[in-house]
Design a protein around this ligand. Structure first.
Ligand SMILES: [Ca+2]
Ligand SMILES: [Ca+2]
Ligand SMILES: [Ca+2]
Ligand SMILES: [Ca+2]
Length: 683
């Protein structure tokens, strides 16, 4: 099987600026082309020696002037290739013969008197036409040489069609010839003579050919093989203009007699193409020759090469576009029917694959869609759109055609909805948190403000994400990381509107608080060893005890740590002897609330509690005259006692006590006395 080049349709290389004149010049359509080619191809006027559309049916009859506004007319593909004239021109080096592969070329002049060799442009057109139920590849070609030679001057134009699979020549823009390249030689004897069209193929030793297969008797392989005279076989016809004709492709240029020639070839009838093998040519070059003698003719002017595709097969290319583009997922493509067993082709973003060597017909491409993707478009450059639900697109391929279909896939994305609650029963959503999703380091978006609900969408499906509480509300301990894998397409807007339950709930416990209490005496001295006990505040009275009794240290401070949020009472349960515990000995309504920083509880500082020092006031009453104790009743408002008498002490003690300083000269009866207990009156 030969190689199908599968080039896209040739782009216009040369177009006239002139307006089309075909509409004005349509003749009565009564002419029937006489020979085989004309009869079959019918409507390409290849043998009337002009460029205007003269025949019927109007609208499908084609001559060269049909291509003034488009490179495709009635499914004929057209290419015009212009060429320099005079000096400089792109020409062959002197002495180059037909069989020279990669011959020398140059920019120069063909020389005086050689106007008959100076090509100004060539035209090419091709189309697949059904002949008796079989597709035939038809090729039409034309040449225009410069004015300046007599109408009797002969013309010998070679058209070389290269597969181009071996690249270009080293020293020129010509294509390296490969086995099966095609040479068409158009020989016009001059005057009113009939044109002859010959065809030969390039032969190489590697394909089993030998020198004896060459057309030119003294040539060596590789060479052009023996020619078929297609005009004799009825597989080609042609005509050179006998009168001035108008070329609408070249600004309605008048072309005088014998400066324009055209021909048609049935390449399938000539055996170039078959119903079973794909054959293709991708480039065309024209050359004017000094004569029709293949052995002696010199190569003169050169036109082209340019891309021009003739093939009985086509190709279908799949191009893959993926959104997001950085994704590395690959998608599996198949074609049905699959005549060349291409099988499944896996393509990622930016990849393409061409199913080559496809005969004309209907083909269905299919993409097997991964679950987490959708096809957003299937667009082919023949105008066909595919079914995005099934991944199928069916195109009708013509020979010579490449159809490119672009499959665009978009990754389905899901969302994660999380809520932030405290540890109350029932839980209450709380404000002030922040979450980050990895991979991607995505900060979650809070839904609304201060409602403790967060959502992020655009996340890949079937990917496990880790959600971290990266901002913890003040006064709370943060929650551990959680993971979630979105498995269905969704957006945050949809889910919030629908009131969906959160995927994840982060529970934060408030950080426990601390209560400190300081104990001092009424001289502001810290008191060590005072015991306090914490109770739940039960309607203003101590309820359940919380933790152990705590004692003050040398700094006078007792501390209750890890105290849950709540309201408490503190009771001085172990006061020091010699000190009052009534300032106060029980405090309720102590509130431990949320702390002011993440992870830290509140600290309640109850400040100094003062335990006053205690003293005893002793009253003695002595009789001034005898120096002896005189028992007397004493009251201080809360109680009464009787001072000691002589029977309570020894004589020496009585003498000592009554010798102490006192207020003397007091008669019997009640006496007022004020005692200021001195704070410095003891150690
Ligand atoms: Ca014509
Ligand atoms: Ca015509
Ligand atoms: Ca040239
Ligand atoms: Ca030229």
């Amino acid at each position: 099987m030969t190689v199908n080049l599968s080039h896209p349709r040739a782009k216009p290389r040369w177009l006239a600026l002139a307006a089309a004149v075909t509409g004005l010049t349509l003749a009565i359509g009564s002419v029937v082309l006489a020979n085989h080619v004309g009869t079959v191809s019918g409507v390409f006027e290849s043998k009337d020696g002009n460029l205007a559309v003269d025949h019927s049916p109007a609208g499908s009859a084609v001559d060269w002037n049909s291509f003034t506004s488009a490179t495709v007319a009635a499914d004929w593909n057209f290419l015009g290739i212009g060429d320099a004239t005079g000096n400089p021109d792109s020409i062959f080096n002197g002495g180059v013969k037909q069989d020279h592969d990669c011959p020398g070329t140059k920019s120069g002049s063909l020389g005086g008197g050689d106007n008959k060799f100076d090509l100004q442009r060539i035209y090419l057109a091709n189309k697949t036409i059904d002949v008796a139920g079989s597709p035939h590849e038809f090729l039409f070609l034309a040449w225009r040489r410069v004015d300046g030679s007599a109408p009797t001057a002969s013309a010998h134009i070679g058209y070389e069609f290269n597969k181009g699979t071996a690249g270009t020549c080293t020293d020129s823009d010509l294509l390296k010839r490969v086995e099966g390249d095609m040479l068409v030689v158009y020989d016009f004897p001059g005057g009113t003579g009939d044109s002859t069209v010959r065809l030969s193929r390039w032969l190489t030793a590697g394909e089993g050919h030998s020198d004896s297969d060459c057309e030119v008797s003294n040539s060596k392989i590789p060479c052009w093989g023996n020619t078929q005279v297609l005009t004799d076989l009825g597989f080609a016809d042609g005509k050179v203009n006998q009168v001035t004709v108008v070329d609408a492709l070249a600004a309605n240029e008048d072309i005088s007699a014998a400066k324009f020639g055209e021909a048609a070839l049935d390449l399938t009838a000539a055996g170039v193409f078959s119903a079973t093998d794909c054959e293709g040519f991708g480039f065309a070059t024209a050359v004017s020759r000094s004569s029709g003698n293949s052995g002696t003719a010199q190569m003169k002017d050169k036109v082209g090469p340019e891309e021009f595709t003739i093939s009985n097969c086509g190709s279908i290319t799949v191009e893959k576009v993926v959104d997001p583009t950085e994704n590395e997922t690959e998608f599996d493509f198949t074609i049905d029917p699959d005549p060349n067993s291409d099988g499944t082709q896996s393509l990622g973003h930016g990849d393409s694959y061409t199913f080559e060597e496809l005969f004309a017909g209907d083909y269905t491409l299919n993409e097997a869609l991964p679950d987490t993707w959708e096809i957003t478009s299937i667009e082919c450059d023949d105008g066909t759109s595919g079914n995005t639900a099934t991944g199928d697109v069916t195109v009708t391929l013509e020979a010579d055609e490449n159809i490119t279909c672009v499959y665009t896939n978009t990754r389905l994305t899901g969302s994660i909805l999380v809520e932030k609650v405290d540890n109350a029963e029932p839980p209450v959503r709380i404000d002030g948190a922040g979450f980050t999703i990895t991979p991607g380091d995505i900060a979650m978006t809070e839904v609304g403000t201060g409602v403790g609900l967060f959502c992020t969408d655009g996340l890949a499906l079937d990917v496990e994400y880790t959600i971290s509480e990266t901002t913890v509300p003040d006064g709370y301990n943060g929650a551990d990381d959680l993971t979630f894998t979105p498995d269905e397409a969704s957006t945050c807007d949809e889910r919030v509107d629908a009131g969906d339950e959160p995927d994840l709930t982060f529970v934060n416990s408030p950080a426990p608080g601390t209560i400190t209490i300081e104990k001092v005496d009424d001289d502001d001295n810290p008191l060590e060893g005072v015991g306090f006990t914490l109770y739940v505040d039960d309607s203003g009275a101590p309820g359940t005890q919380v933790g152990d009794e705590e004692f003050t240290g040398s700094d006078g401070i007792a501390t209750f740590e890890d105290v849950p949020l709540g309201t408490y009472c503190i009771v001085e349960t172990s006061p020091l002897d010699g000190y009052s515990a009534v300032d106060p000995d029980e405090v309720c309504g102590i509130v431990v609330g949320l702390g002011s920083e993440a992870g830290e509880g509140a600290t309640v500082d109850l400040g100094p509690y003062v335990n006053p020092q205690e003293h005893t006031v002793i009253v003695l009453v002595c009789h001034d005259g005898t120096g002896t104790l005189a028992p007397s009743d004493v009251e201080n408002g809360t109680g009464s006692l009787t001072t000691i008498g002589s029977d309570d002490v020894t004589d020496e003690q009585e003498a000592f006590l009554c010798g102490l300083a006192g207020f003397s000269g007091k008669a019997h009866g009640d006496k007022e006395i004020t005692v200021d207990v001195g704070s410095d009156a003891h150690p």
